[in-house]
Design a protein around this ligand. Structure first.
Ligand code: OGA
Ligand code: MN
Length: 287
């Protein structure tokens, strides 16, 4: 692991994977951040779409405040409101148990296919932050896939094929399978497909990134079948573009939904507890 470090005051940013994963230490996220440090964190996020803050201790309110450094916390979607934390509208539990210890119905299979959160909305979230509360002894990591690098390395012919292309997204409609247990009728509502560019421009970096995923992207506009979609997915998820984050309790990880896919590895024994808290940050329509 090539570790390069850059210090801003007492805040240290290490390169874990160049242009992809960074680690920040020398900072207590539960304490109020002065404007200079908050800006340093936003700058680090532009350099590293995945930012790892080890050894943090956050309440639901504290996690929401960290979300506020990076934008506006997004209230949890209707289907996940049953997992909300006490008193916080935008902070929910993620894992295989509820905090009272009762098992989550989807076992270790939740979110185990590649996706970008809320791509089935016209304005999907820009980022999310997970904070680890209980982690299995073995496995239980989260994988991230760098969609900037995946796009950059596509053959010119494929880039030509998808230039100005539009993909169709709808909740859980992609070939990657379900992201969670089937929804109760009252939570399901009716889903309207949304159209997003296959290649989106990141609003902060100005760089192009592939923007399709296995759970919610079900078609490419004007094309029969999912062959090109599957080809793009197979390319994007090659091991050279993927980082596996092995969680430790207290880890806090921020990631950018606009230039990454992510999935739960699901590689842990079913009888072990896994519990994290999550806040999502509101975003803009892809272009
Ligand atoms: C999520 C998610 C993956 C994981 O919180 O949006 O997909 O590893 N989590 O729990
Ligand atoms: Mn997710």
């Amino acid at each position: 692991m090539a570790l390069e470090t850059m210090a801003t005051g007492d805040l240290v940013v290490e390169t874990v994977v160049d242009g992809f994963v960074g680690r920040i230490s020398g900072l207590d996220l539960s304490a109020a951040l002065d404007p200079g440090r908050a800006e340093a964190l936003r700058a680090a996020w532009r350099d590293f779409p995945v930012l790892h803050f080890p050894d943090q201790s956050l309440s639901p309110e504290g996690l929401r405040r960290v979300g506020e450094v990076f934008g506006v916390p997004e209230p949890e979607t209707p289907m996940n409101r049953g997992y909300l934390t006490e008193g916080e509208d935008a902070v929910s539990y993620v894992g295989n148990i509820h905090p009272d210890g009762t098992p989550y119905p989807f076992g270790n299979k939740r979110a185990t296919a590649w996706h970008s959160d809320q791509s089935y909305f016209a304005t999907p979230v820009s980022g999310a932050i997970l904070h680890a509360l209980r982690i299995p002894d073995q496995g239980g990591g989260t994988q991230f896939c760098n969609m900037y690098a995946a796009y950059d390395s596509l053959p010119a012919a494929t880039k030509g094929k998808i230039e100005n292309g539009v993909a169709l997204h709808c909740y859980n409609a992609g070939p990657g399978g379900e992201a969670g247990p089937p929804l109760d009728e009252d939570k399901h509502g009716t889903w309207t497909p949304v159209r997003h560019p296959i290649v989106r421009t990141h609003p902060l970096s100005g760089r192009p990134a592939l923007y399709v995923n296995h759970i919610h992207t079900y078609a490419i506009d004007g094309m029969a079948g999912t062959e090109l979609l599957e080809e793009l997915m197979a390319h994007a998820t090659e091991p050279r573009f993927v980082y596996y984050h092995p969680w430790r309790v207290g880890d806090t990880v921020l990631w950018d939904q606009r230039c990454l896919m992510h999935k739960s590895a699901g590689d842990y024994p079913l009888d072990q507890a896994r519990l994290l808290m999550r806040v999502k940050v509101a975003g803009d329509a892809p272009y």
